[in-house]
Design a protein around this ligand. Sequence first.
Ligand code: NAD
Length: 253
Amino acid sequence: MDIRGHAAVVTGGGSGLGAATARRLAAAGARVAVLDVNMDAAQGVASEVGGIAVRCDVSDADAAAAALAEARAAHGAARLLVNCAGIGVAKRILGREGPQALGDFERVIRVNLVGSFNMLRLAVADMSTLEPLEDGERGLVVSTASVAAYEGQVGQAAYSASKAGIVGLTLPAARELAQFGIRVMAIAPGLFFTPMMQGLPEEVQASLGASVPFPRRLGKPEEFADLVLTCAENRALNGEVIRLDGALRLPPR
Ligand code: NAD
């Protein structure tokens, strides 16, 4: 799909991979709604790209429906949903204080996995009402997994499980939504230079970057955004998770 002139929704669009995606989609001519729990961040990106900012907690059914309604009122139903909202919490299953609190595990699953599904189910309801384009295509959803879905490290049980859930969701969703001409893709990034990483000491950033076979550095958010656009443009991509990691395979710790 040529995204020009179409509406797109980017969750977690106030920062990092989502912000880069919002910029890339706007540059390609999309009308972009930037959804985030952090309204200041969303507003900053939205005003930069000529889009709209909408406050949204992706894990809340009512808030997500209201946010999509607001985006729809401004831009029309979205042809593209990009799920970038996510949290990463490192905690051992059995630490010094005993077993991990169940609430910690639930929260990561709630935001990363339930949140991505929540946005998907609501966005595709809108998409299914749109006029079909070439090949009968109505739209697509691109969610963000992680290489931790495959090689989760010590401390990443909840995060890895949440991202593995996104991997598992991708094919059945693509199969089911094919009848509406809606594609479902996911991207599994390796290590990317986003605010999450920028908070780490420089030598840690450098050593993480050096662990990537090639290119020997952290990924650029723009490289993630480029792949989102490729997913939109290439209709043969469907039901698949693409690793974007410079051949990185995470070690156990
Ligand atoms: P980031 O922290 O820079 O951005 C995440 C954004 O999501 C923030 O603006 C935050 O406010 C928002 N957010 C958090 N919880 C939310 C909620 N409940 N509802 C709506 N918005 C919410 O992080 P990032 O590095 O850009 O990561 C984006 C996605 O990519 C995440 O899903 C992350 O797990 C995934 N990822 C990142 C990397 C990396 O190296 N940076 C690697 C693999 C996967």
